[in-house]
Ligand binder design. Sequence first.
Ligand SMILES: [Zn+2]
Length: 368
Amino acid sequence: MAKVLTAREVEQLLKSGGLAAIPAGVVLTPSARDSIAEFKRNGSTGTAPSKKGATAASGAKKKVEPSVPDYEFKWTPGSDPKTPEAIDAFFHSPEIEVLKERICDMGRRLWQRDYTDGNGGNITIRVGDNLALCTPTLICKGFMTPADMCLVDLDGNQLAGTRKRTSEAMTHFGIMKRQPAAKSCVHAHPPHATAFAIANVDIPSCLIPEAEVFLGKIGVAEYKTPGTPANADEVGEIGKIHQAVLMKNHGVICWGKDVEDAYWKMENIDSYCRTVWIAAGLGGGLHRFTGAQAKELINLRQKLGMPDPRSDLKECELCDSASFRPTVVCEVPPKESCGCDGGSPSADPDVEAVVKQVTDAILKQLRG
Ligand SMILES: [Zn+2]
């Protein structure tokens, strides 16, 4: 079992020897990872008892600028390690160990939410011009450890790691080679979104604002055998302009600037499909917002730096989901014909006539 390091232990190590002092193969708690990320940004963990920190603790509060954590892995172009020794050192470096642990975290979340079953699903993070970390083949995503991870080039050649890489990594690289902003891909088979993919039902748009902003227009890739170059090309072409891609008769692949960003898209698409499915069964129809309102959301998405193939469309073209077929809706019969209004048990004239005939015959016999 790998050793677990807490934030306090990590901060002490960083203070004594920087990132190099973090041993390879350890498991980091979420706050320990935050400490490493903070150290990378500022050169300190922010909680070490520095002179300034001591002043802050004594009352003179230091102004801390609010920020959004950035987990995107950035490398210097042209700096990929080349020799076996350099590749091995890179593969076991603290910054790569942090990413391996984050992949394990996302794997656990995929499995816990039922997005993967058996050995299904896979995760990649681009870590160089021609380098990516990826999950191995034939492993449950819920129970991976950093030692299971693989390092490959974008042609799928394995460079490091003791377990064989997933065959579906090539599908991820089909996107990464075409879309440089795709730094991480997550593939899974979340049941609600996959149900749309196997029922060949379009996912309707213009229903929930967050879906428009964070998923954008959902792409649909035609079915190709998983792991084949044809699948990589098909998904790559669709994924170039769509951050979430429904793979027909298969599942979903999403990409983001880091692995959590890509994972969030997976949650977004499955939640969206689940909500649409439930709403469609309520019988009240799906009430879309307008094309003008959709345009505002697409503009917001673009401001956040996310691509959307709808940016050039006119407002009237934005909420076109006419092909969506809601599920079967049970219609309640009109009140007057169901016999529940306290009146006659049946309003059917034929039944009424038979009842009258039988009644008359009985009365005639009784009188006779
Ligand atoms: Zn799959």
